[in-house]
Write a protein that binds this ligand. Structure first.
Ligand SMILES: [Zn+2]
Ligand SMILES: [Zn+2]
Length: 162
């Protein structure tokens, strides 16, 4: 996704939006997706940031999952919301932290689309041991994106009306 070195402005390979370098100061050490369309690029092979993959195809955000903390007694809602990315060429999958400046409404759209195709996505994710969030997790998704005190956002309501 980053054309130049790790510092400076870049253009998203998927939506072609210009992403200013300030977006890289997003609290995520290894930012690997566009903050606007949330697409990533298949660069890593064995571990995040290794840049060893020869694929280099686009990776589509296909759903959300929850990364559990190390403490297994933690509540689910204390886990971290993650994006699931699937490579459009080789179907490799990865999960990635949502950055503070990622577009929350786009995250909701990804979640919405994943619910529409839930059985298919669940089957794909299963091969990688990833559990996609289902419709029952909407409260968790909203708390993580919009804060504890927000109920269902107007975005979600308008999406459901259409
Ligand atoms: Zn983009
Ligand atoms: Zn790939």
């Amino acid at each position: 996704m980053y054309r130049a070195a790790s510092f400076g402005d870049f253009k998203c390979a998927h939506c072609h939006t210009f992403v200013s370098s300030t977006h890289q100061l997003s609290g995520v050490n290894n930012r690997n997706h566009c903050p606007y369309c949330l697409w990533s690029c298949h660069l890593d092979l064995y571990a995040a940031g290794d840049r060893l993959s020869a694929c280099k195809a686009g990776m589509k955000p296909i759903g959300l999952t929850m990364k559990k903390g190390r403490n297994k007694y933690r509540l689910e809602s204390r886990g971290e919301l993650m994006l699931i990315h699937a490579c459009i060429e080789c179907r490799a999958m990865s999960i990635n932290r949502i950055a503070a400046d990622d577009d929350a409404e786009t995250v909701i759209v990804v979640f919405q689309e994943s619910l529409a195709l839930f059985h298919r996505i669940h089957a794909l994710c299963d091969q990688y041991g990833i559990i996609p969030l289902n419709a029952e997790s909407i409260g968790i998704v909203h708390r993580q994106l919009f804060g504890q005190n927000v109920e269902i956002s107007s975005t979600w309501r308008s999406l459901h009306k259409s």
